[in-house]
Design a protein. Structure first.
Length: 333
């Protein structure tokens, strides 16, 4: 038996940093499919987001308290980062993404959100008036060309413009999040930041619902996941436990084993997993042109990040480095 098929070798790979990172991407990629199943059964995007954040925050609260070990001053000292992460990186980013998923295929919505690194490049270019290096420009052009193909402007099926705007809004939130967390900050354990951010995000969503700013519609109707008819709580449990709690914990483990930059490269596989899950569970599959566009977007993002890695993510004075965020916590997709 070859080493590749050896059970011990397989277990070793799955337990390695790379294996954990791929597992994190796989379970993160489930979020769009579970969310869409709930949305199609009568849930509103706001209700799905609120239930997801609340459930995950409650589950992660216990390990977060243990991680603090009584050092509650860390919450007070980092309250601005926690508040911004919860408001932008969790609540707004996820709400916009779920609104996009309600109108677009899961894969297309996630590809739009993954344009965030390109938006960062364009912002730094405009703010500094300093032209990026050739590979960064090439990656940006590739991603923008991929966006045109993903939108399939000349195709027979017209894409939902409102859904596209929601997806781009999620990308803007993701870009802002990277700027917020770019500053070196080792005082707050990643698990604590994740748990506190989810709690802040949930509180913001409940407040918006209570004031009537956010429509809330829950449903107990069954959901459809692939060939199976599942109760609503099964899809919600998958969204909370698999696509949030396990995804976060494994993502943090991977970032610590591989480093945040390498882990961020591996996290790009989330797009692939999201497309596969949407195909298996929802029967969704982007068209050939859209898939080609997705390849270009991911290739462009890889080029941009490789250039940042080679250059040490050097940016002009007064502009935060966008990707080397020491907290190793990604916003909820």
């Amino acid at each position: 038996m070859s080493a590749a098929l050896n059970p011990a070798a397989v277990r070793g790979f799955l337990g390695s940093g790379l294996g954990i990172a791929l597992f994190s991407s796989a379970v993160f990629g489930l979020s769009g499919s579970f969310a869409k199943a709930l949305l199609e059964s009568g849930w509103s995007p706001g209700a799905a987001v609120t239930a997801r954040l609340t459930g995950a925050a409650l589950i992660l609260a216990i390990p977060a308290v243990l991680a603090l070990r009584g050092r509650w001053h860390q919450l007070r000292d980092n309250w601005v980062t926690i508040a911004l992460f919860g408001l932008i990186g969790v609540a707004a980013c996820q709400l916009f993404y779920f609104n996009a998923v309600a109108r677009l295929s899961v894969g297309v919505a996630l590809l739009l959100e993954y344009l965030a690194p390109v938006l960062i490049v364009l912002w730094i270019w405009a703010a500094s008036r300093k032209r990026p290096r050739a590979s960064t420009i090439g990656g940006t052009v590739l991603s923008l060309a991929g966006l045109v193909l993903v939108l399939d402007l000349t195709g027979a099926v017209k894409i939902d413009v409102v859904g596209v705007l929601w997806g781009l809004a999620a990308a803007v939130c993701l870009a802002i999040y990277f700027f917020i967390t770019a500053k070196e900050n080792d005082a707050l354990p990643p698990l604590v930041l994740a748990s506190a951010g989810l709690l802040v995000g949930a509180a913001v969503m409940w407040l918006a619902a209570a004031t009537g700013l956010l429509p809330m519609a829950f449903s107990t109707a069954d959901t459809r996941l692939g060939p199976w008819i599942a109760p609503w709580w099964a899809a919600l449990a998958g969204l909370v436990i698999l696509a949030t709690v396990l995804a976060y914990v494994s993502g943090i483990m991977a970032a610590r084993a591989l480093g945040s930059k390498v882990a961020s490269f591996v996290s790009l596989t989330e797009v692939l997993f999201a497309v596969i899950w949407a195909w298996l569970l929802l029967g969704e599959l982007p068209g050939v042109i859209q898939l080609l566009g997705g390849v270009l977007i991911v290739a462009g993002v890889v080029l941009v990040r490789l250039d940042e890695l080679r250059s040490g993510a050097a940016v002009p004075a007064g502009v935060a480095a966008p990707v080397d965020h020491a907290n190793d916590v990604e916003p909820v997709p």
